[in-house]
Design a protein around this ligand. Structure first.
Ligand SMILES: [Fe+2]
Length: 266
């Protein structure tokens, strides 16, 4: 959710904006929304436009993933860590309006800045990543995908068990904090498992994420201590939402043709 406010800059904020502008060499980003407020006296006066982002709720209650992911983990992970990323991002954005007007996807890509991330990138990407992660799980999840997702996994990985083995291996070999993803590669027109470090999100490379697993310790320490393997198995057996994967694949197929072109014959 984006809440937008337009107001004249208070002197202190204006000073922050001026100092901030000079302390970072920012790329020339397109400015999709620039507003000027005309004052009652008639002369235009620059106004400051700030976008604030809200903390999006998971699509289930915080105790709905019990006993596989505890309410306490959701309270700390969503209510603490995720909230901190949102609030940290808003604090950064209020210093400048240069990033105003983007969709959230665009904000993540713009702040990634072709591999030279701007200061806002880590918070923006972690907000995106966590929104996506909550929706990658569901109560009563796990088991196997069906229909098109299963067919595509079998086509690209040989079998579902082979996919699961490779996904688990990627999760266990990720060094430090980060994420494991099942993504659809646009150019290759196939599914692939990738690992990303820290806050990196695959949309910066134009991949289409289908499923993600948070591998920061804050995601599993309360429930599994340092047993990352048990966390990954629990995710696969009881939490992953293949329904979400199916919906995401269906949307992705509007952009990526996974089959040979089917040209209607007149
Ligand atoms: Fe996390």
């Amino acid at each position: 959710m984006i809440l937008c406010f337009s107001s004249p800059s208070p002197p202190t904020s204006h000073r922050l904006f001026t100092e901030f502008s000079h302390s970072f060499k920012r790329p020339q980003l397109p400015r999709p929304c620039k507003q000027q407020k005309r004052q009652p006296g008639g002369s235009p006066r620059a106004s400051r436009v700030v976008a604030y982002y809200g903390l999006k709720k998971p699509p289930y209650k915080l105790d709905a993933l019990e006993p596989y992911m505890s309410q306490r983990t959701l309270e700390v992970h969503w209510g603490g860590h995720h909230r901190n990323y949102v609030e940290g991002l808003n604090k950064q954005l209020e210093k400048s309006d240069v990033l105003y007007g983007y969709t959230f996807d665009e904000l993540v890509k713009a702040t990634y800045n072709n591999g030279n991330p701007l200061p806002e990138f880590n918070n923006a990407a972690q907000v995106w990543n966590h929104d996506f992660f909550w929706e990658s799980m569901q109560p009563g999840g796990g088991d196997m995908p069906q229909l098109g997702v299963l067919q595509q996994i079998e086509k690209d990985f040989g079998s579902f068990s082979n996919f699961r083995e490779k996904f688990t291996e990627a999760a266990l070999t990720l060094f430090g904090s980060g994420w494991v993803w099942l993504v659809l590669k646009r150019e290759e027109r196939r599914l692939q498992i990738i690992k990303t470090s820290n806050a990196i999100c695959p949309i910066v490379w134009d991949d289409i994420p289908i499923i993600s697993l948070d591998l920061w310790e804050h995601a599993y320490y309360l429930d599994f201590k340092n047993d990352r393997g048990k966390y990954v198995d629990t995710f696969m057996n009881h939490l992953v939402s293949w329904n979400a994967a199916m919906a995401r694949m269906a949307r992705a197929e509007a952009f990526v043709n996974l089959n040979e072109p089917n040209i209607p014959v007149a």
